[in-house]
Design a protein around this ligand. Structure first.
Ligand SMILES: [Fe+2]
Length: 215
């Protein structure tokens, strides 16, 4: 049975400076993300145990813990891949054309996703997702790691808006962090994730109009 593991970063902890400090990256990856991985695996073990004992009295709490910790693992894993010391600029090719189609322009998309991040009440994430039924891009304001989702949406890029992502460096000026990440996006990674997500078919063909402009 597969277990979840903490993936190594593709770059050094300090490689994203000055945009994100090495201290933040080391704690964020090695403590926060690691904790979600461990707790996701622990929760799966508890579910196995409950199933074995035919005792589902704690199933609600276990499902809540699994949703929170596994979603934290998934989003952090994507977030690290989304970033690169050589990032920034803007996407190209099919991803750029689809962003322009679904948001009007790259600048409009950038403004929207940044605002999604900046207006989260409490802890959460701003995400660009591919919605496979209408075959379109959407933004998503995620509460914690797992709430307020549009079901079926596949995360292509995510901005961690938890305080642990920025507070040591940006303090109460979180807008500075949400601006800085735009210098770090690995658009090749987002484009690869986009190509992969487009292959997802939820097999509900009559749930959206295929006619452009009428979805
Ligand atoms: Fe985080």
């Amino acid at each position: 049975m597969a277990t979840y593991v903490l993936p190594d970063l593709d770059y050094d902890f300090g490689a994203l400076e000055p945009h994100v400090s090495g201290e933040i990256m080391e704690l964020h990856h090695g403590k926060h993300h690691k904790g979600y991985v461990e707790k996701a695996n622990e929760t799966l073990e508890k579910l196995d145990d409950a199933r074995g004992r035919k005792d589902f009295s704690r199933i609600v709490g276990l499902e809540k813990a699994l949703a929170f910790n596994l979603s934290g693992h998934v989003l952090h894993s994507i977030f690290w891949k989304n970033l690169t010391p050589d990032g920034g600029d803007a996407p190209s090719g099919e991803l750029a054309r689809t962003i322009a189609r679904d948001f009007g322009s790259f600048e409009a998309f950038k403004a929207q996703l940044t605002e999604v991040a900046a207006t989260i009440m409490g802890s959460g994430w701003a995400a660009l997702v591919w919605e496979p039924i209408a075959q379109r891009l959407l933004t998503c304001q995620v509460y914690d790691h797992q709430s307020n989702l549009s079901q079926g949406g596949v995360v292509l890029m995510a901005i961690d808006a938890w305080e642990h992502a920025y507070y040591l460096q940006y303090k109460n000026q979180k807008a500075g962090f949400f601006k800085a990440v735009w210098s770090l996006w690995n658009w090749d990674d987002v484009a690869a994730r986009f190509q992969g997500a487009r292959g997802l078919n939820l097999q509900v063909p009559e749930a959206a109009s295929a006619t452009p402009g009428t979805r």
